[in-house]
Design a protein around this ligand. Sequence first.
Ligand code: GDP
Ligand code: CA
Length: 307
Amino acid sequence: MNVAVLSGGVGGARFVRGVVEVAGGESVDVVGNVGDDVEVLGLHVSPDLDSILYALAGLNDEQRGWGRAGETWEALATVRELGGEAWFGLGDKDIGLHLVRTQALRAGDPLSAVTTRLAASLGVATRLLPATDDRLRTWIDTAAGSFPFQEWFVARGHRDEVDAVRFEGEETATPASGTLEALAAADLILIAPSNPYVSVQPILAVRALHGALRGRRVPCVAVSPLIGGRAVKGPADRMLRRLAGGTSPRHVAGCYEGLVDAIVVDEADADDLDGLGDVRPIVTRTLMRDADARRRLAEVALGAVPA
Ligand code: GDP
Ligand code: CA
């Protein structure tokens, strides 16, 4: 069975790892978010792609939840000492990857080709593709002003309530080579338990990817990132409350209108399944607290092919 997964960063990476462990790395294609990409200290950082890469390579830091295990921070400490741009957490090992990526991009390689090479070097068999090789950037509109995604998320600690999310470059962004093929070859499409607004929507902002999902001939199953109406981490619940009017399964499913056939929701949300319409609810435990839990969730999602 071929599986395509749309994924953001940390929540997505955990889930993707489970899917790969259950289905086998070679049958899984991942389409990742690049709306969070940011240029820091002259480096091109792709936080969501890297979270997935590190998780699949087993290099991720489980405790911190992002970045690499055994990381050191000497370079950033030096940057701070020298009065440089130190607001964005970059570890030494992580910087090594960004150096390689940035040089290749400057030499004219598309991000998808660079990402494929990085994955191969890290021994990752899963195909990991950015949604687009074009410049696509998430902007957050708030009462305090409009901010590029990482400025709102990291520098301002996502404290400002979100009025709207926009994607710079969405009119012209074309799907990265391999992404449409991955969706076309899939027997099942999964949407990871990622933030719908700032992790999945920027993938769907690439019109052709949205079109491919809308015209799919195979089931598409989303996994909710909320448990008991609350985000495990991050601002997804606040965003849903403000932008969709609530945090029930129907509000999550509403972010994917016409794009999903089923939604995997947590047992804690099982008494709130009204208003899902044609979207079939699948109730299970969705907290990926350890390897067993993430594999169990992946099994449920992989088994969720509606009749
Ligand atoms: P980011 O790009 O690093 O912000 O990561 P994602 O968008 O991929 O994931 C963030 C979302 O993952 C948050 O809304 C969390 O609620 C969700 N999440 C994290 N861990 C879990 C988990 O174990 N189970 C579920 N269902 N959602 C999770
Ligand atoms: Ca992200």
